[in-house]
Design a binder for this molecule. Sequence first.
Ligand code: F6P
Length: 345
Amino acid sequence: MKKKKTRVGILTAGGDCPGLNAAIRGVGKTAILHYGMEVVGISSGFLGLINNEVVNLDEQTLSGILSQGGTILGTSREKPFKEDNFSQSINKPKLMKKHYDELGLDCLVCIGGNGTQKTAALLSENGMNIIGIPKTIDNDVWGTDITFGFDSAVNIATDAIDRLYTTANSHKRIMVIEVMGNNAGWLALYSGIAGGGDVILIPEIDYDINVVADYLVKNTYKKKHSSIVVVAEGIKTPEGKKKKNAASYISKKINEITGIETRETILGYIQRGGSPSPMDRVLATQYGAFAAQLIDEKKFGVMVAMKKGKIESVPLIEVGGKTRIIDINHSLIKKARYMETSFGN
Ligand code: F6P
């Protein structure tokens, strides 16, 4: 009797990022060509499993997508385990298990950030074979040293800072640029250092706006006649509140205290769009190929991770619900401080 082929489902959930298609291709092509498995795509993240929306993935559909931004499967921020889902007539987790069984899946690969990995862990507890792959431009997934999407976003943000630098210089202005990063400031830290930012404000370090203003007047403004301030979107006010428009808040405060002309830029979704960098293509491909290997080994309930340069797996149960924030004693912060970069404290 002909043996049933292992059937793999893939979904992408949460905010999109460059490299998602490279990861889908990495899982799919390795599963089909190397392990002889069957692969289907689930549309729009976890919503697709609730609504049973499936697309066939074969060699042809997986071809030519490596360099494309976004995700060919679509994504959503659907959280099927949110408590109010149980009070409604449909029990989403139950429905997802039903569709998983009806589709004849042997494993579901969930590509996403912290929220996705949390849901993935719960699905695993609910009797599905799950493998997580970490992605996000924020680089804040617990249990891995790096997520794909981050390198592409750092490149875009750095290019933006370089451009702001020349206009800041011409006008002798302070330019405040806001990059994404709600709870973790990895993107602000890396693009800030890569772009030679004078001040870098991240959610992990409490800043004092008077210290920032003093620094800009005494050290930078008098020396260079212009300054770049890189701000992560998740920084708080002294009252501990997050601002919708952190760049504008900081820019106004600096202008009020120093009297120096300031301007602000919010990079927004530009930093999440477009083609993945070569580094992200390679990382996403490696993560995808390793996920296929884990399926072949029947090692489920884990997330693919990079630890000290080695690709391995970590239990999903350890990942879900956590955020990898920056240690305030991180060596990059120390080195930047030696060069008199200010973190506002
Ligand atoms: O995916 C993470 C992230 O990029 C955060 O930095 C940002 O706060 C969030 O997405 C915004 O996403 P959206 O508006 O798409 O929900």
